[in-house]
Write a new protein. Structure first.
Length: 327
């Protein structure tokens, strides 16, 4: 069952949805599947976006789809908004879904205009929360000011929602990635540290979902003994990638598929397992603690990089020493 409650302040609308029947066996603890798409970021129309939601609408085991922003490329592209609205509503007969606003949806020059976003996705679509399958709590936080920061008021609202649902695992959805662009620490949410401080108040937050950097990326944040998987999914506009999460009693399995290319992607940033009751601090077995590992699902990184640098340094030192001895 999915319960939808939306809007801040605390006036709310509640709607109850029932998940689609699953064709999978229940003997392995499988419960349901949800999907993450982001950065469709198109002008006018998008065959990739339309194909993605059309394919999702045919998946019998799908319960929920979340789009984490940059739905269109220009907040004033009326045709784009009309098509985005149509593309998302292809899901109506299959599952429930939700969107949040990214910078391209609302920001122009030095201002913000939410008019078209609200017109096509509702006045209550800025900050929302959803209960999915009686197991997961999704909190959606839109980009609603120029700087992309989340105000203390909005973070306190998030805290209250989590406090009121401490029996659920929490997935926080927002457009900017809380770790920024890989290795460069740019395009990061401006008050990401403050957001993490609020997340660290709760042991049941297990995941953040984002876009903005247009790449698949994963970091793991340690909150005491709790792992928070910070996940960015590749921009839909690139090759139509959809990140699918199969939810089980004791784990969540991620895999990436593109109906546009008709290809399943099996890299370490595509396919991995989130244990809901983890007993290890080293997901990929490379002896690096997950929160210190720059690629926690890749067993050769960072060890391969360190080995390569160490070997190169040793060779250079040997060559320099040999040259100085010869002279």
């Amino acid at each position: 069952m999915l319960v939808l409650v939306v809007n801040i302040p605390m006036t709310a609308i509640a709607v109850v949805f029932y998940p689609s029947s699953s064709s999978r066996s229940q003997t392995d603890g499988y419960l349901f599947t949800f999907a993450h798409i982001t950065d469709s970021q198109f002008s006018g129309s998008s065959a990739i976006f339309e194909k993605a939601t059309s394919w999702l609408a045919q998946q019998e085991n799908l319960t929920f789809v979340v789009h984490t922003g940059d739905i269109v490329n220009n907040p004033f592209d009326e045709t784009g908004w009309e098509n985005a609205h149509r593309y998302m509503h292809q899901l109506d007969e299959r599952c429930s879904w939700a969107v949040l606003a990214g910078d391209n949806d609302v920001v122009y020059w030095n201002g913000v205009d939410l008019t078209n976003y609200k017109k096509h996705f509702g006045d209550n679509s800025i900050d929302q929360y959803f209960i999915v399958g009686g197991k997961l709590l999704f909190i959606l936080l839109s980009w609603s000011d120029v700087g992309a920061g989340l105000s203390e008021e909005r973070l306190e609202w998030m805290d209250e929602i989590i406090q009121n649902h401490d029996e659920l695992y929490v997935v926080i959805c927002l457009h900017p990635y809380l770790y920024g662009y890989p290795f460069l620490n740019i395009m990061r949410a401006p008050n990401a540290d403050e957001v993490w401080t609020h997340i660290d108040r709760f042991e049941n937050v297990i995941m953040t979902l984002s876009g903005h950097i247009h790449q698949n990326w994963i970091r793991i944040h340690m909150n005491g003994e709790t792992k928070v998987w910070s996940i960015s999914t590749e921009a839909l506009i690139e090759k139509g990638a959809i990140r699918l999460f199969d939810v089980y009693e004791d784990r969540i399995e991620s895999h990436v598929y593109s109906p546009w290319t008709n290809q399943e992607y099996t890299g370490t940033l595509d396919r991995f397992t989130i244990e809901l009751n983890p007993n290890s601090y080293d997901v990929d077995g490379d002896l690096w603690r997950d929160d210190l590992d720059i690629m926690p699902t890749h067993p050769l990184i960072p060890n391969g990089i360190i080995t390569s640098l160490t070997t190169t340094t040793a060779i250079l030192a040997y060559l320099v020493k040999g040259r100085s001895t010869a002279s």
